[in-house]
Write a protein that binds this ligand. Structure first.
Ligand SMILES: Cc1cc2nc3c(=O)[nH]c(=O)nc-3n(C[C@H](O)[C@H](O)[C@H](O)COP(=O)(O)OP(=O)(O)OC[C@H]3O[C@@H](n4cnc5c(N)ncnc54)[C@H](O)[C@@H]3O)c2cc1C
Length: 318
């Protein structure tokens, strides 16, 4: 149940398919003083050992449309939700096609791809708040979304996400500005949301290893963000270093830093770095989460020694 294919066992496990199930499972764990881990598709988790508590697998399936909003149950598959929205004549989600995992996990790290982040779609998130012991809606302002970050990620364990409501559009979609997508769409005069989602799907299939074939969790590190002064010093020393403006600071490319340190295609026993994509750590089978984290630390050390930049893992390490 994790796309890295790492071995881990849960002491207790259940799948919940409605709000009442979820609340009952949380109560059951509280009575026994057990830690709780909510699991969707397991595509953003690194298991370094067994889970001594209750794993609640999110299985709530629900789709309802009201005006320009669609509310999806947290257990819906994300890509299926994207495709459903397009089938219903909406645009907005097309650039986020083929991101693995569940709808309920999408707000946790504010998923993003091709210049679009979940937070731009004005998500309202219905949660069970374990502090307040009640269900309530959390809007974008309260969720404090950031780059691969949110209140749900920072205050981990407090909120169980039950459903996500997204504000979509009936207008023609904005055209993506990324060159590889533009090349893919060049034959079409006015690409539809479906055309864009299909192009995104093709490009992603070419670029990223399929977790069903080779265990991985997508990008393993966040792109580091540094202040302008640090970025200038780095650029002076390494003129070829890619840098992107980011809300008054500068975003660096974690993949480029890792590649420059010679890790692309590296193998350490049963784990390694994808030969196609330096940001993707892979599990060839027969290894453990400890093996993977040892490689992650080796990469962090190497990048820090060479560039003075600290890489932060994107997935949750458990
Ligand atoms: C090949 C590949 C490509 C990827 N590409 C991208 C990409 O382009 N952009 C991107 O942003 N991410 C990407 N990812 C990462 C991943 O797909 C996303 O983070 C996704 O949202 C994780 O969903 P999940 O259901 O698998 O989450 P899980 O791994 O099950 O959980 C992730 C975190 O969310 C928590 N969580 C899950 N469900 C709930 C819930 N209902 N309530 C509260 N907390 C919950 C978990 O406890 C955990 O902390 C990629 C991963 C892979 C394997």
């Amino acid at each position: 149940m994790n796309t890295l294919g790492l071995p881990a066992r849960a002491r207790y496990f259940c799948t919940v398919t409605c709000d009442a199930d979820a609340v009952e499972a949380l109560g059951w764990a509280a009575e026994r003083d057990l830690a709780v881990l909510v699991l969707g598709g397991g595509s953003n988790c690194v298991f370094t050992g067994d889970v001594d508590g209750l794993v609640i697998h999110m299985g709530i399936q629900q789709r309802s449309i009201q005006g320009d909003r669609i509310e999806f149950g947290a257990g819906e598959n994300w890509d299926a939700a994207v495709r459903f929205s397009i089938d219903q004549g909406f645009s907005g989600l097309e650039c986020l096609a083929l991101i693995p995992g569940s709808v309920g996990a999408a707000p946790v790290q504010n998923i993003g791809a091709y210049g679009v982040e979940l937070c731009q779609l004005a998500p309202r998130v219905r949660v069970w708040d374990r502090h307040a012991q009640q269900s309530r809606w959390i809007d974008s302002a309260e969720a404090e979304y950031g780059y691969r970050d949110s209140l749900f990620k920072r205050d981990i364990g407090r909120f169980l996400i039950l459903s996500v409501s997204l504000k979509l559009s009936r207008q023609a979609p904005d055209l993506p500005s990324y060159p590889d997508l533009q090349a893919e769409l060049s034959a079409l005069a006015a690409p539809s949301a479906r055309d864009i989602a299909d192009a995104v799907t093709r490009v992603r299939r070419r670029k990223l290893p399929d977790p069903a074939v080779l265990g991985n969790a997508g990008s393993f590190f966040k792109n580091p963000i540094v202040v302008i002064g640090v970025a200038r010093e780095l650029k002076a020393q390494y003129p070829e270093m890619p840098q992107f403006p980011h809300q008054g600071e500068v975003k660096l490319s974690a993949g480029w830093l890792i590649d420059q340190c010679g890790f692309k295609g590296a193998v350490r026993g049963s784990v390694g770095v994808s030969p196609a994509h330096a940001l993707v750590l892979v599990h060839h089978g027969g290894g453990t989460g400890q093996d993977l984290m040892a490689l992650a630390r080796e990469i962090q050390r190497s990048v820090f020694e060479r560039y003075g930049v600290q890489l932060e893992p994107e997935p949750r390490v458990i």
